[in-house]
Write a protein that binds this ligand. Structure first.
Ligand code: FAD
Length: 542
């Protein structure tokens, strides 16, 4: 057989096997239902299910009232009301409820969503008429630190990254890879990737976890790692909550620095900006953090920076006029301890001397490591005071291959996006060589690709450029360009409505994703808000 035929044969065999597995689980569950409720209709099954939930005993508790919080998220556009919220105190609470729902079988519509800090954008942590598990209640185990050559901390998956940072710093340690904002849970970011300015060096957060404890869609509690139950480990990392609920994670740590030199500089030419960013992420001895953002049509930009950054050359900085221009801001940071300050300055000067930014626009700041990492919280506090944190956030995150970035920037910032006043637009490259392969995260094929994040906030009741309708229509135009297959652009924190769109997103990885779903959550109980699989449908029959 030629290679192509061989592949088709293997695919057919795999499908046949999947169908058997599915039918088997269907039969088991039908038997269970029939023996218990011989004349059950879907409606009576749902009400029986709910009253049985109320009778279940948990170390935590299940609640059927005051559920509105579980129907909200940071995106503030999707509001799907669950029937119950479980506040677990132990892993066995989570396993009991999943076993119970699994045993209801295919005839029940009951679904379960883990909710981290609810900072999803399109209802991904919600479950319409289902059960939401509020992971922040799960405080077991207590954070437990281990030193040695490869230090790590064991944490509950409902833990917020900011708490892990504070506890680690007490021991002179820190996680290596971050998100820009730290009031997110471990389980929530590991289900996506966790990407920030450290990812070019350490990979995303899913690269920096040694072991997980997971409760599968069958209710089984499984420990998995690179050595043990490897398929589940890789499935769950970036797995959009589809294969199990992460209950514990073992996070890699390193010695923590005390201070950070935080630097910004502007470019007016994208090619120069991109080539400098790519140069920095290719070096072994580079900055510790490399990001960047795009500025369009903003006035008084440098004056705004002065509250936290000082210009290297104040007189020339005063003469720089940003008005109306398309500008690219490089943002880099170098970590240090105060006694190394002189060497660090030399290292920074050397790195900066190799770059071609507009010389008058170099700005620097020195902040503590914790304030640097927790920088977005400062904006959060201000926005909350102004009532502008809980507005709709129609965010769009894309991963653009290096080979297409110039085409993307020319089209999107030449013809679609005319100003950036509704929120920041991040743009920075990462190095795929440093990223684990085989996880569920989908990235472009190029070795280097860019994260481009349109982080818009919509002003309530505005019908202008900062209104929801305008931003959504702009996102639609960006997406319609980005979805041209030859560009190879992928969504990060992806959002689609149909299985066909998901299949296109996963491309050749769909078959593995699908097989893993059949293995670990065959009844499609978990994370329904991602809208990938539908409860009650035997997908293997396609
Ligand atoms: P939730 O929104 O509660 O859940 C997200 C998904 O994961 C849902 O499908 C949910 O069912 C599932 N899930 C949650 N917990 C578990 C679990 N324990 N086991 C299995 N599945 C689970 N992302 C980045 O990569 N980099 C950034 O710099 C970044 N910055 C951000 C800044 C802000 C202000 C916000 C709001 C978001 C940012 N994000 C960033 C996105 C963020 O990583 C995701 O939205 C993440 O899902 C939010 O975490 P959460 O704990 O609120 O998860």
């Amino acid at each position: 057989m030629v290679f192509g035929e061989c592949l088709t044969f293997i695919r057919q065999k795999t499908r046949a096997l999947l169908i058997l597995v599915f039918l088997h689980s269907f039969m088991i569950n039908r038997e269970y239902l029939c023996s218990n409720h011989p004349f059950a209709t879907p409606q009576t099954i749902e009400s029986i299910a709910h009253s049985s939930l109320a009778e279940m005993r948990f170390e935590g508790h299940i609640s059927f009232e005051n559920l509105e919080f579980a129907a909200r998220d940071f995106g503030n556009r999707y509001h799907l009301m669950p029937s119950a919220v479980l506040h677990p105190k132990s892993v066995s609470d989570i396993s009991s409820i999943l076993r119970y729902v699994y045993d209801l079988g295919l005839s029940s519509e009951l679904k379960v969503a883990a909710r981290g800090h609810g900072h999803s954008l399109e209802g991904q942590a919600q479950a319409y008429r289902g059960v939401v598990i509020s992971m922040e209640s799960l405080r077991a185990p207590e954070m437990s630190f281990h030193g040695g050559k490869h230090p790590y901390v064991d944490v509950s998956a409902g833990e917020l990254w900011i708490n892990i940072l504070h506890e680690s710093l007490k021991r002179g340690l820190t996680p290596r890879s971050w998100t820009d904002y730290l009031r997110l849970t471990v389980g929530g970011t590991l289900s996506n990737a966790g990407i920030s300015g450290q990812a070019f060096r350490h990979g995303p957060q899913i690269n920096n976890v040694y072991q997980l404890q997971v409760v599968t869609g069958r209710g089984e509690v499984v420990t998995c790692s690179d050595e043990q139950n490897t398929d589940l480990f890789y499935a769950v990392l970036g797995g959009l909550g589809q294969f199990g609920i992460i209950t514990q994670a073992r996070i890699a740590l390193e010695p923590a620095p005390k201070m950070v030199k935080w630097i910004r500089a502007l470019y007016s030419d994208f090619s120069t900006f991109a080539s400098d960013q790519e140069h920095l992420i290719s070096l072994n001895n580079s900055f510790d953090y490399v990001e960047g953002f795009i500025i369009i049509n903003r006035t008084g930009l440098l004056n705004n920076w002065r509250s936290s950054f000082s210009p290297k050359d104040p007189i020339r900085a005063d003469q720089f006029n940003s008005d109306g221009k398309l500008l690219f801001c490089l943002e880099v940071a170098k970590y240090y301890n105060p006694r190394e300050s002189d060497n660090i300055d030399q290292d920074i000067d050397t790195l900066l001397s190799e770059l071609s930014y507009i010389r008058s626009t170099l700005f620097m700041s020195e902040v503590s490591y914790v304030n640097f990492l927790d920088r977005v919280h400062v904006s959060e506090v201000k926005l909350r005071e102004e009532g502008l944190w809980e507005v709709p956030h129609p965010w769009l995150n894309l991963l653009v291959p290096q080979s297409r970035i110039h085409e993307f920037v020319a089209e999107v910032f030449g013809n679609i996006v005319k100003d950036t006043s509704s929120g920041p637009v991040l743009i920075y490259p990462v190095n795929k060589a440093r990223w684990k392969s085989g996880t569920s995260l989908i990235t472009p094929d190029d070795d280097v690709f860019y994260l481009i994040a349109f982080l818009s906030s919509a002003m309530p009741s505005s019908t202008g450029k900062d209104g929801l309708e305008h931003i959504l229509s702009q996102n639609k135009k960006i997406l319609s360009f980005s979805q041209r297959p030859y560009l190879g652009i992928k969504q990060y924190l992806p959002h689609y409505s149909t299985e066909e769109e998901w299949e296109a997103h996963f491309g050749p990885h769909w078959e593995v994703f699908y097989r893993r779903k059949v293995s670990y959550d065959p009844l499609a109980i978990l994370a329904p808000g991602q809208r990938i699989f539908r409860r009650g449908i035997a997908y293997a029959l396609q």
